[in-house]
Write a protein that binds this ligand. Structure first.
Ligand SMILES: [Zn+2]
Ligand SMILES: [Zn+2]
Ligand SMILES: [Zn+2]
Length: 152
């Protein structure tokens, strides 16, 4: 094994640990399938659909995937992103999300060229005033346009 391969291995081991630690932190048992799905989220630079995740597996039971994503969402590991497409998208949460307490008040950007959706962690959803009698449960900010890569 040369130095480069060795380094790659170290990075892999580091990430594995991070994933199992995240699961432990959120009180989920680190089953191989959970670790692998969390890995995929950790390495992704954009929001993922069920199909994106399935593409990393030779075969993955849809119900298992559905349940895994649901438990991740409930525990505050990933958040769902509102989008105009047919399939829901998910992205990894920043620190501080927990059971039934998501703190992802950031905007999302959907690129109309490549179809990728990104978390814009530094763009905060503004507080908006609405007429009396209405209660806001969720306030989403989704922008559409062209991402930096497609703008090159
Ligand atoms: Zn969250
Ligand atoms: Zn793009
Ligand atoms: Zn997000």
């Amino acid at each position: 094994m040369d130095w480069y391969q060795f380094k790659l291995c170290l990075i892999k081991v580091g990430k594995m640990k991070a994933s199992t630690e995240i699961l432990r932190h959120h009180h989920l048992r680190a089953t191989p399938i959970r670790v692998k799905i969390l890995e995929i989220f950790n390495q992704a630079d954009r929001a993922l659909s069920n199909e994106d995740i399935e593409s990393h597996f030779k075969s993955l039971d849809r119900i298992t995937l559905y349940r895994t994503l649901k438990s991740f969402e409930e525990k505050g590991i990933i958040h769902k992103i509102l989008n105009s497409g047919p399939a829901p998208l998910y992205a990894i949460c920043a620190d501080g999300c927990s059971v039934h307490q998501h703190k992802d008040h950031h905007g999302h950007f959907h690129c109309m060229d490549c179809g990728k959706t990104f978390c814009l962690d530094d763009v905060l959803v503004p507080d908006i005033k609405i007429p009396e009698g209405f209660t806001i449960e969720q306030n989403h900010l989704v922008m559409e346009g062209t991402c930096p890569k497609c703008n090159e």
